[in-house]
Design a protein around this ligand. Structure first.
Ligand SMILES: Nc1ncnc2c1ncn2[C@@H]1O[C@H](COP(=O)(O)OP(=O)(O)O)[C@@H](O)[C@H]1O
Ligand SMILES: [Mg+2]
Length: 242
């Protein structure tokens, strides 16, 4: 299965979601090998991965790949060859820094495209003017791709009723895009550890003795497992309909 987290707008949780779903228990139970792929030339995840390496943290089934080439053939060949060797591939797909052609190729290559989006008119209009035209082009060229594009509501208030988010997005999204039946709530825990090379499970071990942090990280792990399970089941539906 090939999954992409894509947004032309920065700071919507793409990289955080890519990393933590790759290390989630649900994904690791389901797939023998997992490739985490960063397509951003800035290399945020690359630095994160290098910190892990320096600390000697166990990557388990997850391998990391950074494709930074802006040359079309190198970029496309890189993506194809990684997907040949891994049962699950999770891509962090940026917008501006790679250019439209690269974003379009990466999205078209995915079985499932997840678009993290806040409930804000700002994010909606950015989506409609930047990412949506790319998605429309893909669907026009390959109509079977319809049904593979899903918005994931992000940074929602932890106490907000998810039903409210789904209704909101179903209302404003164009018909080719649906809302994933899961949310990525705002959690302060991400501010505490994200940059240091740990994944959520490793961070949970680190703060075991602190009740408050343990409560927060447990909630965050639950969010990620729910998102991963939802992705797996939607991915299966897409597979069955092929
Ligand atoms: N669920 C969350 N709740 C609160 N902050 C988050 C959450 N997910 C990510 N963040 C923070 O938001 C910022 C942007 O996240 P990041 O994953 O780097 O976004 P992107 O890759 O889309 O630019 C980071 O500082 C990250 O720690
Ligand atoms: Mg990022």
């Amino acid at each position: 299965m090939i999954i992409g987290f894509v947004q032309t707008k920065g700071g919507t949780g793409k990289s955080t979601l890519a990393v933590n779903t790759a290390f989630s228990e649900s994904m690791n139970r389901q797939f023998p090998s997992i490739a985490l792929v960063e397509l951003d030339p800035q290399g945020t995840l690359k630095s994160w991965w290098e910190e892990r390496d320096d600390m000697g943290l166990d990557p388990g089934k997850v391998s990391f790949h950074h494709i930074s080439s802006t040359q079309k053939e190198v970029f496309q060949q890189g993506i194809k060859s990684i997907s040949d060797f891994n049962e699950l591939m999770i891509m962090d797909i940026p917008g501006e820094s790679t250019g439209k052609l690269h974003t379009r190729f990466a999205c078209a290559f995915c079985d499932l495209v997840i678009i993290p989006m806040r409930m804000s008119t700002n994010d909606e209009s950015a989506f409609m003017s930047n990412l949506y035209p790319i998605i429309k082009e893909i669907i026009r060229a390959v109509p079977e791709k319809k049904g593979q594009f899903h918005v994931l509501p992000v940074f929602t208030h932890p106490l907000l009723n998810s039903r409210h988010c789904f209704d909101y997005f179903e209302d404003i999204l164009p018909p080719q895009i649906s809302c994933l039946p899961a949310v990525f709530p705002a959690r302060t825990v991400y501010e505490n550890f994200n940059r240091k090379g740990f994944n959520l499970n490793e961070y949970a071990k680190l703060v075991e003795s602190n009740k408050k942090y343990t409560h927060q990280v447990t909630k965050a792990i639950e969010d990620i497992e729910k998102i991963s399970q939802t992705i797996i089941s939607i991915g299966k539906e897409c597979d069955d309909s092929k």
